[in-house]
Design a protein around this ligand. Structure first.
Ligand SMILES: [Zn+2]
Length: 436
């Protein structure tokens, strides 16, 4: 039976959300945590955007070193050949891409304003797929933006054309959150049967159904004989009302009445990382986790009423569908209420050494090395505007050259750009062996 995989798009849809963003170090931490959790792929950024270049290249380097593995890193681009050429020029090690273009009449007429027909859209998409493969892509997904407002006949034509040009997957985008579980099941089942290729579900929560639609769509794809790939984000953060939350989607796929034990995940997900990744995303985005968030909300395992409290104490199964330990919860969290030393943009060596050695048992070879790492920590802080978490500090100490590269976001012009982008930076390989 075909399987269901997860592609997290926090580092693309999440960061393009109005009023929200992540520093390049935070985006890197998201990739590391997703990899640890067992997520199949991260849509890790925008290869044609200049301020992403160092981050994207540094993360590809980390993947080469096996630091970010087995997670696949995939870049998002418009399905325009010139964009694809620029993306591969700026990020030469890119292997996996998704290419996006609008397919609904609403958007073809409303956005392209008569400059593109339906035929043009397919022609541009297939040309972009060809270009990506010519430039070294290993997998290419094609996105049908506003797929849920596109007629099935045209979607099928679009998918078949993509498949003919070697596309690996078709992304069905419910861009406006217009679908419901019944409509998306029917559409995606029919689409899977008609195009005969794996399909991604990209759902939004404008009507409060992002997770429900994602799993219903995935079921349609699997019942239609193809592998399904669900797009998720951390804490459901995404454009407008957000996307399907990663943790809630995994819970729904593995615990719900008609999915548990019947529909299979393509690779195992370590749910015990949920608490850590959700807390980090909340801290990094500066957005609290809703109290009633599935699995990771403060009330997800709280009971007050007499009947519920009595019932859950007698047997948790009376009032809990799954245990808090499964989500990696349960350890008390230490919150400093007395003196606190933070690592920030104006930190000095004494405070920093205290944090690294006393709190985290990390010892530098000498003062120079400590000073060098502190300098990077200061820059990281300038970009994130908040104290770094322990994992971020350890990351910088372990991979200082890579960290330096991904913290570099200087706007450059003309030949400076080329020089800057193509200057190799020292390997952190030896350092990695030494410290792990
Ligand atoms: Zn989206």
């Amino acid at each position: 039976m075909p399987k269901i995989y997860l592609i997290d798009v926090t580092n693309r849809d999440g960061v393009q959300t109005a009023k929200l963003g992540l520093s390049k170090l935070e985006k890197t931490m998201v990739n590391l945590y997703l990899s640890e959790m067992g997520v199949f792929q991260s849509e890790f950024g925008f290869p044609t955007t200049k301020h992403e270049t160092n981050y994207l290249r540094a993360n590809l380097r980390l993947a080469e070193l096996g630091v970010i593995a087995p997670l696949r890193l995939e870049g998002w681009m418009r399905a325009i050949s010139s964009d694809v050429e620029l993306g591969f020029h700026m990020v030469p090690g890119l292997k996996h891409v998704n290419l996006s273009i609008s397919t609904s009449n609403q958007m073809i007429d409303g956005k392209f304003k008569g400059k593109k027909t339906r035929k043009d859209v397919i022609r541009e998409m297939t040309a972009a797929v060809d270009t990506a493969y010519r430039l070294g892509a290993a997998t290419v997904g094609v996105n049908a933006e506003d797929g849920s407002r596109t007629d099935l006949e045209y979607l099928t034509e679009y998918g078949l054309a993509a498949r003919e040009h070697g596309a690996t997957r078709l992304r069905y985008c419910d861009t406006l959150g217009y679908d419901d579980p019944f409509s998306i099941y029917d559409t995606c089942r029919a689409l899977a049967e008609a195009v005969g290729m794996p399909i991604e579900l990209h759902c939004h929560g404008d009507l409060g159904m992002a997770v429900a639609n994602s799993i219903a769509g995935a079921r349609g794809v699997v019942d239609g004989g193809q592998d399904a790939y669900i797009n998720t984000t951390l804490n459901g953060i995404g454009e407008r009302a957000g996307n399907a939350d990663l943790v809630a989607t995994v819970l729904a796929l593995t615990k719900s009445k008609s999915f548990a034990g019947k529909y299979e995940l393509g690779n195992p997900i370590d749910l015990t990382k949920s608490w850590k990744i959700a807390k980090f995303a909340s801290y990094a985005f500066g957005v609290p986790i809703p109290i009633n968030q599935p699995g990771v909300g403060a009330n997800a395992f709280a009971h007050e009423s007499g009947i519920h409290a009595d019932g859950v104490l007698k047997d948790p199964h009376n009032y809990e569908l799954y245990g808090f330990e499964e989500l990696g919860r349960g350890d008390p969290e230490m919150v400093e209420t007395g003196r606190e030393i933070c690592a920030g943009e104006y930190s000095g060596i004494s405070g920093f050494s205290h944090i690294m050695s006393d709190r985290m048992s990390w010892h530098f070879k000498n003062k120079e090395e400590a000073q060098e790492i502190l300098e990077l920590v200061r820059y990281a802080n300038v970009l994130s505007h908040k104290p770094l978490v322990e994992d971020e500090l350890l990351f910088i100490a372990r991979y200082p050259h890579t960290a330096k590269r991904l913290l570099t976001v200087t706007p450059l012009e003309g030949s400076d750009v080329i020089d800057e982008l193509f200057t190799p930076w020292p390997e952190d390989k030896d350092k990695v062996k030494e410290t792990l």
